[in-house]
Every structure is written in C-alpha cells, then in structure tokens.
Design a protein around this ligand. Structure first.
Ligand code: NDP
Ligand code: GDR
Length: 395
C-alpha cells in the first residue's frame, strides 16, 4: 500500500549506528559533509524563489542522483517528494550525508507495481516527475536480465502510463544512459548516434528511452530523456568501479584490506561529477519543449588512469607490471601489490570506450560541468580516507 508519511524518521536507525551498503553512519556523514562542503554545492540556488509553489516527485531518491537532485530542488524552493522501495530499513545514508532527509516527503513506490505507482502519482499530483529509479548495475543485469527488464524497461512504461492517466501535463524526466550506445558506431557520441546496447541493462534502458520519446510524440507529453554518461561522487555505490577503487585504496591505506581486485582495466569512460549532472536534469525539465539531451565531459580515461589518479591522492606511487589478466600494480614505497586483475570481474560483453559530446546541452540548456576529473577523484578519495580512518567504511 502506498502512503505519504510526514518524514523518514519513523524507519531510521538511531544516529551513529546505521551502517548500510554505503558503509558510513550518520556521524561520519556529518564529518564527510563538512570536510567536502558537499552541503554547499547548490548554495547559489538558494536565492531563487520562483519555484516555491512547485512540487516534484523523485523516484529512486535513496540513490546517488536522487540525493543530489533532492538537494538541488530543495535549494530552489521545491516541495520534494522522494520515493523509495518498501523495506524494513531504507538506505538513507546519502540523504543524511547531504543533510536533506528531514525535508523530503517520503512515499513508497515500486516500479514493479502499477497500482502503487498510480496511487502515488494521484496522491502527490507533482508538477514534475524525475524517474531515477532503476536496477542500475550493468554487471548484475547479465545475471538478472528479466528482473532488470521488468524494472528498467516495463517499470518506465508503467510510470509514464500512470502519469498520462492522472495528468498528462505533468513534466517527466527519464534517466537514460550512455550504455544505450554500447558498441558505438562513432565517437564522441551525440544525441543522433545509433544505439547498440551491449548488456541487458542497456537494452532495457533503450526500451525506456524510446517509450519516453513515444509518449512525447504520441500523447504530447512533456517527457525528456537525459542520455547521461558515467557520473560519480563520494555518494556512489560501492559496486561501481570508481568507488570500488577509492574505497579499496582507502582501506589498504588503513591496513583494512590487502589488495584491490578489479576486472577490465582498459575500459575507457567519460566520468563527471553527479552534482553537475542533476543540474542538467533539472534544466531539461524547465525547457518550454521537451527533448533529449546528452550530458558528458568529452574527456576519456581508462579504469587504469582512474586508479593512478586515485592512488596518487591516497599516497601510493604505483608501478605497473604484466599484461591483460596478469596486470598488477606495486607500491614503490612498501613493495606490496596494491592492485591486481581478477577475471571474475570481467563482463560477458564489454564496452571498450564511451565518450560524449555535450554541445547540444551546453548551447540549448546553458549546461556546463563545473567539477574537473582530478577534483572529482580527489573528492572521492578524501571522503573514503576519512571514512576508513573512522572505521566506518565497512568490509
Ligand atoms: P543508484 O543505483 O544509486 O540508485 C537507484 C535507485 O533506484 C535507488 O534508490 C533504488 O532503491 C531505486 N530502485 C531500484 N529498483 C527499484 C524499483 N523496483 N522500484 C523503485 N525504485 C527502485 O543509481 P544512480 O543514482 O547512480 O542513477 C540514477 C539513475 O540514472 C538510474 O536510473 C541509472 O540507471 C541512471 N544512470 C546513472 C548513471 C550514473 O553514472 N550514475 C549514468 C546514466 C544513467 P534502493 O535504495 O531500494 O535500492
Ligand atoms: P558502468 O559502470 O558499467 O559504466 O555503468 P561501472 O563503474 O560498473 O563500470 C565501468 C567500467 O569499469 C570496468 N570495471 C569494473 N567495473 C566494476 N563495477 N567493478 C570492477 O571490479 C571493474 N573492473 C573493471 C567495467 O567492466 C566497465 O567497463 C554505470 C552505471 O551507473 C549505469 O547505471 C550507468 O547507466 C552507466 O554507468 C553510464
């Protein structure tokens, strides 16, 4: 049964004792927030009062982007409803870390359940819906292709149909992905590059993208699809390669882990900062006409480049040895192996290189990313070093 409750508080663990997949507790969150001044990222928006009467619903509010988008919309004066999946203890560490938990109005919503979605949309009557909810881990989608399709493809059709049924005038944002380009035919990718997804996740997201476009073109809905390239932050989940690297190096520094094992180190991605990307989402929804926009940095780096940059911030000097599955990195000071390849982390189908050209978003939305790659890596490593020092990073 869906329901709007006054605050998340009823289901939260006591402050300082909640340890979850993010591996930090509320006390650490405050320290990290102060340290990185994450709480101030959208401070310049606080003066804008034009959105005071707007109501937004964010699905997947407990995820990385949901937390940053909540912070942005609250700073703009929105009334923010955040949807999360019913569970005995929802994962609130990101919302706590960004200091927004108590300002968000929680609603329970699962993309697998149409009647639940319909009731939530009818009850909240949002002006804007940001659909960020998904099974977002590409690696898992190879193991759970049907579940991934149900949530990431059909779930979006359910949500769009619920919006259309309740009020087709509601503005809609769909979290689409560079994974739709997959084995891309040209580089850098643009909004018109042909799609060739290489994972069940990419295939499901492509269905969702075209369903969004179709609802715009068939039913006249204000539905935009943001084709976003990888964006990271200290709030990133621990399974994704960037956070796995920064958390792993921080644990090794603290003697809590021996070695960091990874899959394909040669994969190249276009990594930006999540805070910049949620700003782009909001800009898309504010346009007079809905459309599709790509957000990226246009810079390419390999997983190995990311490791080198992160290792430097963490105080290691790595020397690389070997080829392919035999690649490993030894710290020059300690003489210990810090990173090695474990083929168990290879994927059945890999995407070698993705990089995007964000010109359309820059010209039409005025979007510009603010955080550079070195600063992003520094932010993430510093946050994880602090968590590891306090013993709150988890195993
Ligand atoms: P996260 O994995 O951090 O967050 C996903 C959110 O979806 C979580 O809140 C999760 O809830 C929720 N969710 C999962 N399954 C369901 C379901 N069945 N019903 C309702 N909610 C569900 O992802 P990000 O914040 O990184 O990404 C946000 C969106 O953007 C996702 O759709 C992702 O696919 C897409 N995207 C992300 C990119 C990136 O680089 N971060 C790039 C391009 C697209 P719970 O806490 O219960 O698990
Ligand atoms: P991605 O991100 O698949 O691009 O999806 P992820 O960080 O999982 O992988 C990036 C690249 O790193 C390689 N890799 C590893 N990846 C993980 N997770 N773990 C490892 O040990 C490892 N070793 C090497 C991967 O093979 C891959 O090439 C993310 C998600 O946020 C999606 O939801 C989003 O749509 C896309 O970014 C854009």
């Amino acid at each position: 049964m869906s329901g709007v409750r006054s605050r998340f508080g009823a289901t939260r663990e006591p402050p300082g004792e909640q340890i979850d997949s993010g591996g930090i507790n509320a006390q650490t969150s405050r320290a990290v927030r102060n340290h990185l001044r994450i709480g101030n990222y959208f401070a310049s928006y606080e003066e804008r009062a034009g959105n005071m009467s707007k109501r937004a619903l964010i699905t997947g509010v407990t995820g990385q982007d949901g937390a940053y988008l909540s912070q942005l919309l609250l700073a703009q004066g929105y009334e923010v409803y955040g949807s999360y999946r019913r569970s005995s203890s929802p994962s609130l560490w990101r919302l706590d870390a960004l200091g927004v938990t108590k300002q968000i109005k929680p609603v329970t919503l699962d993309l697998l359940e149409f009647s639940n979605i319909l009731k939530v949309i009818d009850k909240v009557r949002p002006h804007e819906v940001y659909n960020l909810a998904s099974q977002s881990f590409v690696g898992v989608s190879f193991e759970q292709p049907l579940y991934t399709a149900d949530v990431d493809a059909l779930g979006v059709a359910r949500l769009l149909e619920a919006v259309r049924t309740v009020d087709p005038g509601i503005r809609y944002y769909q979290a689409s992905t560079s994974e739709m380009f997959g084995r891309a035919r040209s580089s850098p990718q643009t909004e018109t590059t042909a799609f060739y997804p290489r994972s069940p996740y990419g295939v499901a997201k492509l269905f969702a993208h075209w369903t969004t476009v179709n609802h715009r073109e068939c039913y006249g809905m204000h539905a935009s699809s943001g084709i976003l390239f990888n964006h990271e932050s200290p709030m990133r989940g621990l399974d994704f390669v960037t956070r796995k690297i920064t958390a792993g190096l921080a644990r090794i520094r603290q003697g809590q882990q021996d070695v960091l094992e990874l899959g394909n180190l040669d994969a190249k991605r276009d990594w930006g900062f999540a805070g910049d990307y949620v700003h782009g989402m909001w800009l898309m929804v504010q346009q007079e006409r809905a459309d599709d926009y790509l957000l990226a940095t246009g810079e390419v780096r390999s997983v190995r480049d990311f490791i080198d940059c992160a290792a430097q911030v963490a105080g290691f000097t790595l020397n690389w040895h070997g080829e392919g599955a035999g690649q490993h990195a030894i710290d020059r000071v300690s003489g210990k192996t810090v990173v090695r390849v474990n083929p168990d982390f290879y994927r059945p189908a890999e995407i070698d290189l993705l990089t995007g050209d964000p010109s359309k978003a820059e010209q039409q939305l005025g979007w510009k990313r603010q955080v550079s790659f070195p600063r992003l890596v520094e932010m993430m490593v510093e946050a994880d070093l602090e968590r590891a020092q306090k013993g709150t990073l988890g195993p």
